[in-house]
Design a protein around this ligand. Structure first.
Ligand code: B12
Length: 353
């Protein structure tokens, strides 16, 4: 449990009034305040909530959602997690996430992931350096029979639900990174609608550098796993990376037969298909169908991007693609270099490894 404070400016934004009104409220004793050493007023989250409900202050719905999120952080993030987040200690955060997952602490998992994105961590970094290591550890425990199948399923579901909750906060524009510290490979500050169409509401911050906004429609991306591939978390990460770059994402999901994928491609006419493959061994039939699908995409000029944990390890007959990568940071870099995206990051603070 941590304590959240707001500045006079933040409180004025929440209540949609001027800063002088906030100062007047606090001078009149309507809302408690604390003073920093420098003499600035700070308002405690609990006091803000009490003040709003006692005085029937009308708070815009978006600000109310933001307060709920802050309340959630205050209730579910401990001081240790806050310190790891402020320090940008990704290894520590991965370890923390593992502990929370093993204890089935869903609320805390959601708060940790959400706050990381709010502090400006990119989805690529979140998945590559925090979520993936935590889940690989879970996989090792499962392989060593220290964790049962049902426990592993609960953990995966907790993570998927939490990632989807973070995605929802992000789409509502609640995770505004510009208020917070800088991480490297981050700083995408766009507000997205459900279908991924970006509004150019994003503010300029020190750690992002705007490039030409796409004059045409954003590139359409189909995200999928091939038939009989049920590992889906990496694909969720792929879709969030694409979405955060302003691409129009169609999330088809796991275990999709290639024939059905062909229909999807004909319907959506994407620029790119991103495919996530985990299982190292595939049957010759699946391999043959994959090859046919690859040729189908080539004919239509659709780029195929392939990735996943073991793609580098298939020595015989590796799946071919226009671009192959094992991490989302590589994917993000490739997309930035090859497509018109909304923002380019500047060099930010180095992550602690
Ligand atoms: C959760 C899990 C499951 C869940 C998946 C549920 C779900 N909805 O996703 C369930 C229970 C279904 C499952 C089933 C099985 N699993 Co499993 N599973 C795992 C586990 C523990 C975590 C996977 C995960 O979520 N990782 C987290 C994500 C974020 O990591 P990621 O997928 O690697 O993605 C990252 C990168 O690879 C990359 N990336 C991923 N996709 C893409 C795509 C692109 C385009 C790019 C650029 C990058 C990229 O970016 C991501 C972020 O860094 C792993 C352990 C492990 N080491 O991964 C085992 C693991 C993958 N499973 C394994 C096995 C053996 C199985 C089963 C065969 C078990 C069985 N006997 O039934 C089945 C197979 C099911 C199938 N046909 O798909 C083995 C695979 C071994 C191998 N070499 O093939 C592992 C490694 C466990 C182990 N230690 O042995 N599993």
């Amino acid at each position: 449990m941590t304590t959240q404070f707001f500045s006079t400016r933040e409180l004025s934004e929440i209540c949609a009034v001027g800063e002088t009104t906030v100062k007047r409220w606090s001078n009149m004793g309507l809302i408690k305040h604390h003073k920093t050493v420098g003499g600035h007023r700070k308002f405690k989250l609990e006091d803000v909530l009490e003040f709003i409900s006692k005085n029937n202050i009308e708070v815009p719905p978006a600000q109310l959602e933001r307060l709920k999120l802050e309340k959630n952080y205050a209730e579910h993030l401990d001081i240790g997690s806050e310190i790891l987040l402020v320090r940008g200690d990704v290894e520590g955060l991965a370890q923390k996430l593992t502990e929370l997952l093993l204890a089935f602490r869903k609320n805390e998992v959601e708060a940790l992931l959400s706050k990381a994105v709010e502090q400006g961590m990119s989805f690529a970094t979140l998945f590559d350096r925090i979520i993936a290591p935590a889940m690989y550890h879970v996989g090792e425990l499962w392989a060593a029979k220290k964790l049962g199948i049902s426990e592993e399923h609960i953990i995966t579901n907790i993570l998927i639900e939490s990632v989807l909750a973070v995605k929802a906060h992000y789409e509502k524009g609640l995770l505004n990174a510009s208020r917070h510290s800088t991480w490297n490979n981050v700083g995408i500050n766009v507000n997205l609608t459900m279908n991924g169409v970006a509004h150019s509401k994003a503010k300029k911050t020190d750690d992002v550098m705007p490039v030409a906004l796409p004059a045409s429609k954003p590139a359409a991306v189909v995200c999928t796993c091939p038939e009989s591939e049920y590992h889906e978390l990496g694909l969720l990460g792929v879709s969030l990376v694409c979405q955060s770059l302003g691409m129009n994402v169609s999330y088809v999901g796991a275990a999709v037969p290639f024939k059905d994928l062909e229909h999807v491609v004909d319907e959506i006419k994407p620029t790119v298909v991103c495919m996530s493959v985990t299982i190292a061994k595939v049957s010759p039939t699946t391999y043959r169908r994959f090859e046919m699908f690859r040729k189908f995409l080539k004919k239509r000029g659709v780029r195929l991007i392939l990735g996943g944990q073991f793609i580098g390890e298939r020595k015989s007959r590796p799946f071919e693609a226009d671009f192959r990568a094992r991490s989302l940071e590589e994917l993000e870099q490739y997309l930035r270099e090859n497509f018109e995206v909304l923002y380019q990051p500047r060099n930010g603070r180095a992550l602690k490894n």
